[in-house]
Design a protein around this ligand. Structure first.
Ligand code: COA
Ligand code: AMP
Length: 631
């Protein structure tokens, strides 16, 4: 009998040990694990404590060894340059082996960190896989972050090497990376010994402009030309594969740690059971390797499954038009496309009748997956009607690394309900609880938590900081991981994820911290205090909106203040923060203990009904705020 979703879900929770050891059979191990779950250090759990493997071997070598070396592993499609390049598994393996040789030549050993600050070019994926090959730990930093954010990650991860490129291509400009890397290296406390640069045409700087100080700058191609391919280093399943920094509620990003064994097992399981993608299929995840979605489903997931992955350098609109996605689907015979709702809304705005779809052959496309924020029912209805293939919302986080709730298309496709990511994925015991941790009935919104242990593939800890891991996620609700999202189950067991319960916001599918923006805004000499809240935005989901109380006698016009604050956030966090709105207010609403009522502010800005907490310090501030915000 075919396994159904329900029986599989129940089996995964009833006997996780058996379930995940069976799933581990999809991976090639140098030491097959005898045990799945290690709870000795609960609430910090580990999976496959005695397993040994190499993730890069599982993504590349094993497919070549199985006779699929000539199959395309990676297609690089640059809408920015108008070019395409295909790499077979054999070619990708050769590139990765060589770059692993480059890293080894620079002294990188198992456990060392390698920061990768790159645009969407194949070398970004090669660098990730090469680090994994050596048992080193990569940490990709999204190219839209400014030097200061890069410096913070350098100080936390203390890398042996930073791998970068001359720059990235945005529709409106070329983004020069090297001056930012240089600034980050100079301002970080940790001294980076080596930088490797993949040179791209048309940029203003090269390694020679920076080499010569405490850090040695090297050209990728020059080193690769003489590098010796390196054999893969087997590592323990519990050794870290990567660190990916994500926004928390404070300015200090959290270094989510993913380990080798459980990551490989979980992603392989998800490729088959959620995405229904196997060897020879083509998956295109239109994201960036700087985000978890890109790690999991541009690089590791498709390659672990022996599929073909598309790495796209471009935008959903304007490169050159809103037909760009459909052109890529046609050109590369994409079977499964994964994107963010904001991209679909951008396409819809530019092409409301989806007329551009007709110009392309989309017969290969089986399913469209969306994540990064809730797929709102209006956008769902539009894209589902236009594409006439299943459109699947699924919910996950940087922390989990793969979907917590989804429609398991490879296991048992379930009827779709617009606005819901469907059901909890096997391995995740999802519950809804009130503020005191008590379960709430179906239909009632509450905190979404996952009862421990989390399944394989989820965060092992925060880099170098078990305590912050426990305090941030595992302490609020006894025995559970707090997702930071709120939502409810309906009577059919479908989950609805409605929004964050903390100060994390989601702008164009990019996760940002309002706390980090507040820290920057507060530095302005005219600002007495400030709050940044995420307000609803029809295109981007949310956009940051700053509210500022001026110091007495500040003597600055609101327009000049706005310009200066926008420039400051752009310079210190990066353009991706998309901080463009500032309002001057007489006072911020606060509780008597001094906590700014950000949720109330957001509700007022969004025109929602709002409740003024009884703990408010001065209720008249709210009336004043309503007048200013709605003016
Ligand atoms: N490097 C440097 N700058 C970057 C960047 C990068 N990798 N990515 C974005 N930026 C810059 C943009 O150029 C823009 O700068 P600007 O203010 O000078 O114009 C700013 O950051 C905001 O960019 P973006 O968020 O892309 O907004 P947009 O208005 O240019 O485009 C969308 C809107 C919806 C088309 C775009 O956000 C998009 O494609 N979103 C999908 C996001 C996604 O896939 N996320 C993955 C999560 S699953
Ligand atoms: P990130 O860590 O950047 O992937 O952001 C994770 C957050 O994005 C989640 O905690 C949610 O708030 C939101 N999110 C991601 N996917 C979805 C989805 N399908 N539905 C609702 N919210 C989502």
């Amino acid at each position: 009998m075919e396994a159904s979703y329900r029986t599989t879900y129940e089996a995964s929770l009833a006997d996780p040990e058996k379930f995940w050891l069976e799933a581990a059979g999809a991976i090639e191990w140098t030491g097959f694990p005898r045990h799945a779950l290690d709870g000795a250090r609960a609430p910090i759990y580990r999976w496959f404590p005695d397993g040994e493997l190499n993730t890069s071997v599982n993504a590349l070598d094993r497919h070549v060894a199985a006779g699929r070396g000539d199959q395309t592993a990676l297609v690089y499609d640059s809408a920015m340059l108008g070019t395409q390049r295909r790499y077979s598994y054999r070619e990708l393996l050769a590139e990765v082996e060589r770059f692993a040789g480059v890293l080894r030549g620079l002294g990188v050993r198992a456990g060392d960190r390698v920061i990768i600050y790159m645009p969407m070019i194949p070398e970004a994926a090669m660098a990730m896989l090469a680090a994994a090959r050596l048992g080193a730990v990569h940490s990709v930093v999204f190219g839209g972050f400014a030097a200061r954010e890069l410096a913070a990650r350098i100080d936390d991860a203390t890398p042996a090497v930073v791998v970068t490129a001359s720059g990235g291509l945005e529709p409106s400009r070329r983004v020069e990376y090297l001056p930012a890397v240089d600034e980050a290296i100079r301002t970080a406390g940790h001294k980076v010994p080596n930088v490797v640069v993949k040179a791209r045409d048309g940029f203003g700087h090269g390694v020679e402009d920076f080499d010569g100080g405490a850090t040695a700058w090297h050209d990728w191609d020059r080193l690769a030309a003489s590098a010796q391919p390196v054999a893969a280093v087997p590592v323990k399943a519990t050794d870290p594969l990567y660190i990916l920094y994500t926004s928390g509620t404070t300015g200090a990003p959290k270094g989510v740690v993913r380990d080798n064994g459980s990551h490989a097992v979980a992603l392989a399981w998800s490729m088959k059971n959620i995405y229904n993608v196997g060897p020879g299929d083509v998956m295109w995840t239109a994201s960036d390797v700087g985000w978890v979605v890109g790690h999991s489903y541009i690089v590791y997931g498709p390659l672990l499954a022996g599929a073909t992955t598309v790495l796209y350098e471009g935008k959903p609109v304007g490169t050159p038009d809103a037909g760009a996605f459909w052109r890529v689907v046609q050109d590369h015979k994409v079977n499964v496309l994964f994107t963010a709702p904001t991209a679909l809304r951008a396409i819809r705005k530019a092409d409301p009748d989806a007329g551009l779809l007709d110009g392309y052959d989309r017969s290969s496309l089986r399913t469209l997956f969306a994540a990064g924020e809730r797929l709102d029912p209006e956008t769902y209805d539009w894209i589902a009607a236009a594409l006439a293939v299943p459109v699947i919302d699924h919910w996950w986080q940087t922390e989990t690394g793969w979907a917590i709730a989804a429609n398991p298309m490879g296991l048992e496709p379930l009827p779709v309900k617009a606005g819901s990511p469907t059901v909890p994925v096997p391995g995740y015991r999802v519950e809804i609880v009130d503020g005191a941790g008590r379960p709430v009935p179906a239909g009632t919104e509450g905190n979404i938590v996952i009862r421990l242990p989390l399944p394989p593939g989820t965060l092992a800890t925060l880099w170098g900081n078990d305590r912050r891991f426990v305090e941030s996620y595992l302490q609020t609700f006894e025995g559970c991981y707090a997702t930071g999202d709120s939502g409810y189950f309906d009577g059919d067991g479908y989950l609805f994820v409605m929004g964050r319960t903390d100060d994390v916001i989601n702008v164009s599918g990019h996760r940002l911290s309002t706390g980090a923006m507040e820290q920057v805004v507060a530095k302005h000499p005219a600002v007495a205090e400030c709050a940044v809240v995420g307000v609803a935005d029809r295109l981007k989901g949310q956009r940051p909106s700053g509210y500022v109380v001026l110091k007495a006698g500040a003597g600055i016009s609101p327009d000049v203040l706005q310009q200066e604050l926008v420039a400051l956030v752009r310079e210190q966090i990066g353009p991706v923060a998309d901080f463009k709105e500032v309002r001057v207010v007489a006072a911020l609403p606060k509780t008597r203990s001094g906590k700014v009522l950000r949720k109330t502010m957001r509700q007022i800005a969004d025109g929602e009904e709002y409740v003024v907490p009884s703990t408010i310090e001065d209720a008249s501030v709210i009336d004043e705020l309503v007048r200013t915000m709605r003016s």
